[in-house]
Design a protein around this ligand. Structure first.
Ligand code: FES
Ligand code: FES
Length: 158
């Protein structure tokens, strides 16, 4: 097995990894950086469970090689909690609005929503539905996820 050494910057911290160049960003984050909050569902770009932010934009981390992300800034769901351990308003809203059941899709939805609210603080319903439709949830029916994102948006803009 040929490995390559490179650096991944995730959640503001540099991780020197030594892995096969064919390893996906999702696997590098989980196995080499210890950031297991990023989930893998379909592993071929359909479900969005693996969504992380790459230079602020949501991406499917199962569709990128880790080595492609050297020199880029990655944020995973672990970045949402602040230094004191307090949950992000989106995380609290997901709890309060029952926006998760099994929770497998939740890290991807949280990162998708975090990117949306950073780019558009008060998205209208059409925008919200369009953005959320890019990820799959088999449990909730989406209504409560949308309600949670609206509630977090209201808190963040108040
Ligand atoms: S695991 Fe990446 S899109 Fe499904
Ligand atoms: S909460 Fe189970 S897949 Fe979304």
């Amino acid at each position: 097995m040929t490995t390559t050494r490179y650096t991944i910057e995730a959640n503001g911290k540099r991780h020197v990894v030594d892995t096969e160049p064919r390893k996906t960003l999702a696997d590098v984050l989980r196995e080499d950086c210890g950031l297991t909050g990023t989930h893998l569902g379909c592993e071929h770009g359909v479900c969005g469970a693996c969504t992380v932010l790459l230079d602020g934009e949501p991406v499917r981390s199962c569709l990128l090689f880790g080595i492609q992300c050297e020199g880029r800034s990655i944020r995973t769901v672990e970045s949402l909690v602040d230094d004191a351990g307090a949950l992000h308003p989106l995380q609290r809203a997901f709890c309060e609005h029952h926006a998760l059941q099994c929770g497998f899709c939740t890290p991807g939805f949280l990162m998708l929503a975090a990117a949306l609210l950073e780019q558009e603080s008060d998205p209208n319903d059409n925008t919200l539905r369009e953005v959320l439709s890019s990820n799959l949830c088999r449990c909730t029916g989406y209504q409560n996820i949308a309600a949670a994102v609206r509630a977090a948006a209201a808190e963040l803009t108040s």
